[in-house]
Design a binder for this molecule. Structure first.
Ligand code: 5AD
Ligand code: SF4
Length: 467
């Protein structure tokens, strides 16, 4: 197997990041064997799993949907909150049990949790039945590690990376909608967040490589692409080559894929130029995920979020004003260390002000190695849970309210698959990212159809195709 060449810098010496073209020669030595893959966490992990799937399939493994049938099991882990970690270790227990009966089973762990020294130690000490541990920075070594696996534990993790690989191959989950990494890592160091430690420094891919990937996906007939980064507004800053996220978004839109999305935006440095581009191109979807995290300036400062509530409101209002029918969702953390009742009330106030289309809400979870994990915290878990409940109630009221506005309207829906609401139904998304269950046949999958909305729920809409 060819080792990735870590030093192909290709006229890019001016930036300290290494760019390389991945060229792996993977032999199908596991023909006839089966793989089981489980993914935890965010879209970044979901997309990494598409890379993992590619490697497993090149090695000859075929997908199976039952753990018990697998010859190799890969858990792509998440470290964002303690419960994500608990889920991984819970599932690992099942794998251990299976391995007792199936001695040749290969157990492999990768993803963010495996970038944490304390977790690696735990695996090395108390989970010796795990065969392979590979980190986020060197996922490309997975095929080689699997090929060489001799039943002895192999741990290959790098603590950071200045590397960006091009020519990465994926076995994509969907033929309709595709993820594209535009940037890796994060440099923001929000004090609660483990991501800068697990995903490394912020590294942007070059615009021409991203656009090449978009072109290729268009040729393959993709209807939608989502540009992926921890903080897409920072795209290009590390390159210093005179282009930014607005440029990338505009150039992407011009290629003409019917739907272009992007995630995640940071409220800091969300430029007017970006808003203008979103407003200008009909194929850039009017949907922005804009995490606020807290409605209290004191807490935002302690979180190192780099904006005030007033600044957030101003940005929110500008996006609403300039982008027609835009929907905006957010992330909110309750119970950040020493969040007072007054701070929490301010979070409710901003929710009342913004009336978000949707919000992901979390109780603060201290992550080892982050600044916030060391902050004094006198608020009890009970109090935090009460706050979360109150917040969820409010947030759900507003998502229902925003969904109700769709009733009796005709909207464009990209049908992405069958619906779990009945065999006579399919589901898809509006331009504003609302999930719609539609009565209709599977022929609709992959098409953009006009749908009349008949009913609104808190988390989805029901509709009928307009003939
Ligand atoms: N505790 C709780 N929520 C967190 N998030 C990130 N880190 C933590 C943490 N330590 C939330 C933030 C982020 C989302 C992806 O997860 O709201 O936007
Ligand atoms: Fe974490 Fe903040 Fe980076 Fe988002 S911007 S990944 S919350 S450090």
């Amino acid at each position: 197997m060819n080792k990735p060449d870590l030093n192909i810098a290709k006229n890019r010496e001016e930036v300290k990041i290494n760019y390389g073209n991945l060229d792996l020669d993977i032999k199908p030595v596991f023909k006839g064997k089966k793989y089981f893959l489980r993914t935890y966490g965010c879209q970044m992990n979901v997309h990494d799993s598409e890379e993992i799937k590619y490697y497993l399939e090149q090695l000859g493994f075929k997908y199976c949907d039952k753990l018990e049938d697998a010859d190799i099991v890969v858990l792509n882990t998440c470290a964002i909150r303690e419960n994500a970690k608990d889920k991984v270790f819970g599932y690992l227990g099942r794998c251990k049990h299976l391995k007792k009966a199936k001695k040749d089973l290969i157990i492999c762990l990768c993803g963010c949790l495996m970038q944490q020294p304390s977790e690696i130690e735990e695996i090395a000490k108390n989970h010796k039945y795990v065969d392979i541990v590979v980190g986020t920075h060197n996922l490309r070594e997975l095929p080689e590690l699997i090929t060489k696996c001799l039943g002895q534990q192999e741990i290959e993790v790098y603590s950071n990376s200045d590397q960006v690989w091009e020519n990465v191959k994926y076995s994509r989950d969907s033929k309709i909608s595709a993820w594209i990494n535009i940037q890796l890592g994060c440099d923001k160091f929000c004090t609660y967040c483990i991501v800068p430690y697990t995903r490394g420094r912020e590294r942007s891919r070059h615009i021409e490589e991203i656009l090449k990937e978009v072109q290729e996906l268009k040729k393959q007939g993709y209807m939608e692409i989502t540009l992926l980064g921890q903080n897409v507004n920072a795209y290009g800053k590390d390159l210093n080559l005179g282009y930014d996220f607005a440029t990338l978004l505009e150039e992407t839109a011009k290629i003409g894929i019917p739907r272009v999305r992007f995630v995640t935006s940071h409220p800091w440095n969300f430029t007017d130029k970006m808003i203008d581009v979103i407003a200008k191109y009909p194929n850039i979807m009017p949907y922005v995920h804009l995490p606020i995290q807290s409605g209290s300036d004191v807490i935002l400062k302690k979180m190192n979020r780099r904006y005030t509530v007033e600044e957030y409101k101003k940005l929110f209002d500008t996006i609403k004003e300039k982008v027609q029918n835009v929907s905006i969702t957010t992330d909110i953390i309750v119970g950040f260390p020493n969040e007072t009742e007054e701070d929490f009330q301010k979070t409710l106030d901003i929710v009342n002000y913004c009336k978000f289309d949707g919000a992901f809400t979390f109780i603060f979870s201290p992550r080892v190695g982050t600044a916030a994990a060391l902050m004094e915290d006198k608020t009890s878990l009970e109090e935090k849970e009460e706050r979360l409940q109150k917040l969820n109630k409010l947030v759900n009221e507003y998502s229902l309210e925003s969904n109700k506005k769709y009733v009796d309207k005709v909207v464009k829906v990209l049908v992405t698959g069958s619906s779990d609401k009945g065999i006579d139904k399919v589901c898809g998304y509006t331009e504003t990212m609302k999930l719609v269950n539609i009565i209709g046949s599977h022929d609709l999958i992959g098409k953009i159809v006009d749908v009349k909305i008949t009913e609104a729920k808190s988390f989805s809409l029901d509709g009928e195709v307009v003939k």
